[in-house]
Design a protein around this ligand. Structure first.
Ligand SMILES: Nc1ncnc2c1ncn2[C@@H]1O[C@H](COP(=O)(O)OP(=O)(O)OP(=O)(O)O)[C@@H](O)[C@H]1O
Length: 368
């Protein structure tokens, strides 16, 4: 086996099963492993109890079981400035941001990675379901577990960041990771998977957001007939294509969110899942990140949201940081603020933020 004892890896340990197994696997491969827990959000509840304390307690147990040093660092300020502010600004603009993408770009593979490098680490590792190849030019590949692949959220990582990153779980299925946790009897072996917003966790989203942005109720309008259908609680609570939570029934439904008008504070809905107003044919995206070099025009497959099959697209660079993505077939519920992630088979080409959406060359202004 390769001698890894001179290679130091800092593992981001969340107190969850995936990062526990990550640390164990690397330790067994002979690396010099350090576990670090990040605290990026003050989640003290109304009783003064902080749930991060429990997670850190799990990090301690696992680190002691596998025999690695561990500690906690605080990036609350970085998280607030670089992720949370952006998150609020995007909602304010009527868009649906993706805080997990920003969190990976700015915190896990930036603030945290820098911190690890200053400690003298050669690599950072996380329990993400993705693969990175280091022989030859660095490339990012999808995780082999189709159901867990997290490359959608990692699309903003650059070659420089990936060169210093290991994803030891990328070639495993989630079920195999659980089995390993059981085999090694790790303290987190039966811990439930976390969901929710990166570092902020699971909460009542509406209530949470209303603490930061004033909710401004307004009218719900049938986009096709102009008819008033009811009232909404604030445009920020709705995303394109959504059905649930509109609170409108009656004739003509079911209704789906088709757009927003920030000036009049109106929410546009249309009737029927497959309504033509929910479909578009191309988009313009900004904040483009290509991991490896690309041509100015190429074909690829794309994901426009996390849980979605790939769609065939053609891509054209139209500015330093701007691409135009044209879909082979009209596509439903393309949402400004979300990421478009481009793939060449298993390989991640890169990603960008959806900015403007078009149908047959005409901009869909109503999407906000
Ligand atoms: N608080 C944290 N401190 C350090 N690293 C973290 C933290 N939260 C997440 N990470 C790292 O990011 C990876 C992906 O995070 P995500 O929130 O998707 O967790 P997950 O897939 O539920 O994994 P886990 O089971 O390890 O919590 C984790 O496996 C871990 O390596």
């Amino acid at each position: 086996m390769k001698d890894n004892s001179n290679t130091t890896v800092v593992v981001g340990m969340s107190g969850g099963v995936d990062s526990s197994v990550t640390a164990k696997v690397l330790k067994d491969e002979g690396y010099n492993v350090i576990g670090i827990f990040m605290k990026n959000w003050d989640d003290t509840d109304e009783f003064g109890v902080c749930t991060a304390t429990e997670d850190y307690e799990d990090v301690r147990k696992v680190a002691e079981q596998i025999g690695i040093p561990y500690y906690a660092v605080n990036f609350e300020k970085e998280y607030y400035d670089r992720v949370f502010k952006y998150f609020l600004e995007e909602y304010n603009r009527g868009r649906t941001p993706n805080p997990d993408v920003m969190c990976n770009k700015e915190i896990k593979f930036n603030a945290f990675l820098d911190y690890a490098m200053k400690l003298g680490a050669d690599y950072v590792a996380t329990g993400h379901y993705a693969r990175v190849t280091h022989d030859g030019e660095v490339q990012m590949l999808r995780g082999v577990d189709d159901n867990k692949d997290q490359t959608y959220f990692l699309n903003q990582l650059t070659k420089n960041q990936l060169e210093k990153t290991l994803f030891p779980l990328g070639h495993l299925e989630k079920s195999e990771v659980r089995e390993l946790a059981h085999k090694y009897d790790l303290a987190t072996k039966d811990k439930k998977d976390s969901t929710g917003i990166c570092f902020i966790g699971e909460r009542d989203f509406k209530e949470f957001l209303s603490n930061y942005l004033p909710a401004n109720p307004g009218k719900i309008i049938d986009f096709e007939s102009g008819e008033e259908k009811g009232n909404h609680d604030g445009l920020m609570y709705y995303t394109i294509g959504q059905r649930q939570g509109l609170g409108i029934g009656g004739s003509g439904g079911p209704y789906f969110v088709a757009g927003k008008n920030l000036e009049t504070n109106e929410l546009y809905v249309v009737s029927g899942y497959d309504n033509e107003y929910l479909y578009s044919t191309s988009l313009i995206a900004t904040e483009v990140n290509f991991i490896n070099n690309v041509l100015n025009e190429f074909t690829a497959t794309a994901k426009f949201r996390y849980r979605q099959k790939d769609t065939k697209v053609s891509v054209k660079r139209i500015g330093e940081d701007v691409i135009e993505v044209t879909f082979l077939e009209p596509t439903r519920a393309i949402t400004p603020g979300q990421a478009v992630v481009l793939y060449d088979g298993e390989r991640v080409i890169g990603g960008a933020t959806i900015d403007k959406v078009f149908k047959n060359g005409k901009r869909l202004e109503y999407l906000a």
